[in-house]
Design a protein around this ligand. Sequence first.
Ligand SMILES: [Zn+2]
Length: 343
Amino acid sequence: MTSDESVERYHRQVLLPVIGTSGQQRLRRGRVCVLGVGALGTHVAMLLARAGVGFLRLVDRDVLEWTNLQRQVLYEEADVEAALPKAVAAARALERMNRDVSIEPVVIDVDATSIVPLIADVDVVVDGSDNFELRYLLNDAALELNKPWIYGGAIGTLGTTFTVIPGETACLRCLFPEPPPAGSVPTCDTAGVLGPAAALVGALQASEAIKLLVGAWSACNRTLMTVDLWTLEIARVTARRRPDCPACALGERRFLYERAPSRTVALCGRDAVQVVVHPRVEIDLALLAQRLAPLGEVRYNPYLIRFRADGYELTVFPDGRAIVRGTTDPAVARALYARYIGM
Ligand SMILES: [Zn+2]
């Protein structure tokens, strides 16, 4: 892109006294990791790409489904029909919006073994996840690496956000020392979500990321902010650092270092179980597709295989991870994995 185009493209943003030419240059050098490109993450990634943030790493474990299109703005019907991973489809959409931005899609289930390299070389991490397991892991990893991160959540008609700057603001565990027990909090699979609630939180997270990137840290949100888009009530609770916070005060990194090496988890509300194998393996998708073809219906693209047999559907990724649909029983999922893919 020529410098004339660039000047014109960012003109309205450079006009802002809080950004200006130097802020725009900082955005250009800025590096952001968006963990989860669902409802929140697609809005965040789109706003940051349009703003000219130089590098975006988009991390997501999921493959597009029809239910995503209601609120996940970067995706189109054809992406669902092609069974594209979200990270790949998001990267394609953003590349069409701004060729200045370098975009790295990563299709992976983020866990304690993979999170550090994903966030070590960025300036800001944005939480676009849909689960507390990942947020507590991110909180530990971000404190350990001294990276600011921006919490976001949208459920029903409510949106919530706060910003964590290690050493300066409260962290997730200052506010909520322990994760909620599994199944105790509503998820968007069970409670639904209003698209604009996710859009609002995504916009708030993107503006926090922009503030962090241009160095306007003092302008960042230091409250736990909740907005109900239906009643239009806004609650802002000052987020105070706790002197006895296990994570940011006492240095405990339980979620980062004390993890089971291998796991099989039911995916909430989706009649599906995810099987993750450790150490990761490398699966030749073409070869596996050939092997499975006589046993059932097989579809594949460069990112995954989708295999249907016996009323189940297995989606298998090149790193050995699989999503088994048609059961919520981890034992059944592991048995199907062993039968068709091999442990
Ligand atoms: Zn803390």
